[in-house]
Design a protein around this ligand. Structure first.
Ligand SMILES: [Zn+2]
Length: 285
């Protein structure tokens, strides 16, 4: 039986984790509490809230402090990299204050180039060092920069090794848009591959091949809400509950039970971020 606030069409899938969300976004200012309640009704046991600069990272932390099953990640997005000098001290202090489970989203975006490439490289490298310093995993954004991002992460991972322990990955490629071969190389380096709702779009055959081929133990699922809404909600605002649609779609692609996709990808996210979530998924606290 689903709770009254479960959106129509969502059958709960216990164990799910939305591994990359922006619930601090103004898009949720009118109904944030109701939206979060829908996520718990859909079976989510954790939402990973990711910042794009100091103020949104603080917003993510504040949300995490209010909601027991929300955790926060702090970082400067490649779009904001040109503001590194302005943000650096405050970001270091914010992370140093504790409470975050990762550094992100960081990386390279040569599609929009809102910040010059040199500024993006500088912010990316500085934050990789910050992650190592605080023993936190990284959440990586890479767009139109497949080769460049891989080069930076390969060099970095060779230097730092499995600094979070043998069993634990050192980061995730959020909204992974590369091909199967690139995904395999990242998995080898110790990264998880995060599959977004766009995998459900009929034209996204590359994303579907990745979601079908990579080991389930190397996969997380995410919404990147309020963006990238999966079918059947495509065109609407995205929200964490809809990660259930993505899980069912991936299960269909792989020909396995949706419950297994939810449980395994959820466990992967918990392991990456070093989070122990409540035993009773869906319970209200
Ligand atoms: Zn994002």
């Amino acid at each position: 039986m689903s709770a009254p606030d479960t959106p129509p069409g969502i059958e709960p899938l216990p164990g799910l984790v939305d591994a990359h969300a922006h619930a601090w976004s103004r898009a949720f200012d009118g109904d944030r509490a109701v939206m979060l309640a829908r996520a718990w009704s859909a079976g989510l046991r954790l939402i990973v809230e990711v910042g794009v600069d100091v103020s949104t990272s603080l917003g993510a932390l504040q949300l995490a402090r209010r909601a027991p099953r929300v955790v926060a990640v702090a970082g400067l997005h490649p779009h904001e990299a040109r503001h590194l000098e302005r943000e650096r001290e405050a970001l270091a202090a914010l992370v140093g204050g504790g409470g975050f489970v990762g550094i992100g989203e960081i990386g390279l975006d040569f599609y929009r180039n809102f910040s010059p490439p040199e500024a993006q490289y500088a912010a990316f490298r500085w934050q990789l060092a910050l992650a190592r310093e605080h023993a936190l995993p990284v959440v990586v954004h890479s767009r139109a920069a497949d080769a460049e991002t891989f080069e930076v992460l390969e060099e970095w991972s060779r230097r730092v090794g499995r600094y979070l322990g043998r069993e634990r990955e050192i980061g995730m490629l959020h909204c992974f848009a590369g091909d199967v071969a690139l995904a395999a190389r990242y998995v080898e380096l110790g990264f998880l591959i995060s599959v977004p709702g766009t995998v459900t779009y009929p034209s996204n055959t590359r994303g579907q091949e990745v979601a079908c081929t990579i080991p389930l133990e190397a996969m997380t699922l995410e919404t990147d809400c309020p963006y990238l809404t999966p079918v059947p909600r495509r065109g609407e605002r995205n929200e964490p509950a809809y990660v259930a649609h993505t899980a069912r779609y991936v299960a269909g692609l792989r020909g396995i039970a949706a419950e297994r996709v939810a449980q395994t990808t959820g466990q992967n996210a918990l392991r990456l971020f070093g989070v122990r979530a409540p035993e009773r998924p869906g319970s209200r606290r």
